[in-house]
Design a protein around this ligand. Sequence first.
Ligand code: GLN
Length: 491
Amino acid sequence: MSDLTKLSAVEIAGLVASGETSAVEVTQAHLDRIGAVDDRVHAFLHVDTEGALAAARVVDERRAAGAELGPLAGVPVAVKDVLTTKGVPTTVGSKILEGWRPPYDSTIVERLRDAGTVMLGKTNMDEFAMGSSTEYSAYGPTRNPWDTDRIPGGSGGGSAAALAAYEAPLSIGSDTGGSIRQPGAVTGTVGAKPTYGGTSRYGLVAFSSSLDTPGPCARTVLDAALLHQVIGGHDPRDSTSIPVPVPDVVAAARLGATGDLTGVKLGVVTEFTGEGAEPGVMAAFRDAAEALAKLGADIVEVSCPHFKYALPAYYLIAPSECSSNLARFDGVRFGLRVGDDGNRSLEEVMSLTREAGFGPEVKRRIMIGTYALSSGYYDAYYGQAQKVRTLITRDFTSAFEQVDALISPTTPFVAFPIGSRTADPYQMYLADLFTIPANLYGGPAISVPCGLSDGLPVGFQIMAPTLADDRMYRVAAALEGAVGTLTPPTL
Ligand code: GLN
């Protein structure tokens, strides 16, 4: 048997279904791989060896009993530590939740289990999903398998690195401003942010509720689509979940793989001129756009004049929502409690707990958000940012009257060296220059590898109208067929 960890999810599911290999063998191969490389990568915060093998055994028993298996049965998956997992530690990369074992599964995790996938464990992330490098994880950074002195992106760096290091064929991320797509881009993997409300937030530890979107990460577009199909769709337990079926993203990925984009109109955003982006990234993007044109796509320029205000608007809206969401971490209900010696007031204990439990970036955001929402400043900051959000949504709406999808690089720069941007938060924020508009609008967007710059992966972003997730998969699969997948150097 060839190395099971090098196979795609589709290939693994096929072998398990035909009985050529067992889910237990597949799971063990991935656990062994984690054992061999994760001390160098640190993609995982928790590996659930027992739980994974038990889940795999169930799949094998069901197969032996002749039960019908789903399209991803027996396939291992790594889950970002932002999603609750019943009885399995969930930290959100923060000390404030260290040791917390949630009493319930998030909807995404429940659906993964129901589909017969095998959860290997929980992946590292920037604390509370705030960051672009995993350097803000309270448990130490994840390293990029392409170059372990470089960042794997963030906040979901663990989920992306696990794929590039062949520790898992599939993983789950969450994208508030780019945390699925940017890690995908810098690790040479595929990351998709579904339409907001297309995947459930039930059991997703909230950062910025109007933006947070869980989604699939994989090494191929088809694998990402299959995972999307499994986790997506309406959930009555999430009040912003959209009550419509998931568009047929799998069929779209298969259609795209035929390599014909005749009649598809793609828009290059005029305002994404490349200012602030590395020339190597822009060159790889332009080559990939040309490859799409050769497949029949019609490529035009589209102006989105308000995109340049997306970053500042995001850095008011997201911190404002986080300042409210994170109020629940008070030392009373969850995880850490500091200073409760019987002599201190409740307020003092809360304050000491939050002082000790939150890292500097989280505190910075809580302070910015609290300020932006305070009376007298609300209209000037939060109110203005919401108006900008509306203008950006209008840019998208009018763009999609002209084209089927928008294209851009995913990130302005390739993976940067660990430690090179932490001193200046603004430099870190720039990583999401191209990804944030889609979050403010709510539409789906995907990052697909499109080549290398200085030997490091470059991501290509495709943004589609809300609920047209299938459209981005079609273009993404066509691009993948034209430029191929990337193979990271051997660790
Ligand atoms: N990097 C962005 C931030 O720090 C986006 C994070 C995310 O998508 N979770 O807020």
